[in-house]
Ligand binder design. Sequence first.
Ligand code: GLN
Length: 199
Amino acid sequence: MTRAEGQKMKIAVLALQGAFLEHEQMLCRLGADTFEIRKAEDWEKPKDGLIIPGGESTTQAKLLRELGLMEPVREAIIGGLPVWGTCAGLILLADHVVNGVPSGSLGTMSIDVCRNAYGRQSGSFFTTGTIEGIGDGIPMTFIRAPYISRVRGNARILAECGGHIVAAIQDHQFVTSFHPELNDDPRVHAYFLRLARRH
Ligand code: GLN
């Protein structure tokens, strides 16, 4: 679906668990409309994109299955719905997860992901970095973060940090292993809105 310039974007935010509110606040700041996906009926509403937030991928996968949302969400993404997965959301979108596979998750993106990859102690940290197509000095908050060990097929690396891939894109699917919604810089959300507008 293409939105005319100036028309408000409507972004669905998966709100089963984790840091979804912060995404809504950032999108609101950028002038987009959001609504929460909490049950199967919510999914019926028209939308220009979907955000799958950080949190706990095993919990989110379990709730998606229990609520009957796993298949409709997967089908919509395969059908071209723009999606952004942050952290746990990235894990759900990956088609291959090393250590701790949340069995039967969305798996729509051709990336290999290492879960809880930085270990317990060093799992949470802050840095700034460059994301291709977005800019330099982007705040990057990592919380028990995964990283991408390999991209395949159409997937492309957008950012690396300490030798690990931390952001990637595959057509209309975008993932970050850090949490841009927890910092004050709206550039990554603005990038996702542009991506959603293009598709
Ligand atoms: N470690 C979490 C998981 O495996 C992800 C952490 C996060 O989303 N901040 O799902």
